[in-house]
Design a protein around this ligand. Structure first.
Ligand code: 4NP
Length: 158
């Protein structure tokens, strides 16, 4: 299974979600079963590492994101991934509008996959650094919920 996490700039929320989800997948013994990547719908930060505030907040939880580099959503992503999960409703709308008609990918909200219906991860970019800790809390909860769902699905198809 391949999951793509999508935000606006790919320097705050979605790289954080990529790193956290990968950490939780490893703990659950699913790192070989599920592939995770992230991207942004906007072009502004392509090639940049995650925002220093996002890196600092993740480092406090033992996660090193310094090797990640921002990239922009590409049409191939709609064929390469099974799930394209947006951090908020704006980026979900972009995914829906750019999705090729013959793509079979599932498109939705990241937190909704984690059991939090209709909920978005708020954009921390223009706020203070305490916004990043709240983002991390939401993403950790979303990652746990997502993994529980995946495990339940795998149980059913066994
Ligand atoms: P992200 O945060 O979408 O979580 O990576 C943002 C990063 C950059 C901008 C907006 C949000 N920006 O406007 O450049």
């Amino acid at each position: 299974m391949r999951i793509l996490l999508v935000c606006l700039g790919n320097i705050c929320r979605s790289p954080t979600a990529e790193a956290i989800l990968l950490q939780h997948l490893k703990r659950a013994g699913l790192a070989d079963t599920v592939t995770v990547d992230s991207c942004g719908t906007g072009p502004w930060h392509v090639g940049e590492p995650p925002d220093p505030r996002a890196q600092a907040a993740a480092a406090q939880r033992g996660i090193d994101m310094s090797d990640l580099r921002a990239r922009q959503l590409a049409v191939e992503d709609f064929y390469r991934f099974d799930y394209l999960l947006a951090m908020d409703h704006e980026n979900l709308a972009v995914l829906q509008s750019r999705r090729p008609t013959d793509s079979e990918a599932h498109i939705g909200l990241f937190l909704e996959m984690g059991g939090m219906k209709g909920k978005a991860v708020p954009d921390p970019y223009f706020g203070g650094s305490d916004g990043f800790d709240g983002v991390l809390d939401l993403i950790e909860a979303g990652a746990d919920g997502l993994i529980q769902r995946l495990q339940a699905r795998m149980e059913m198809s066994r």
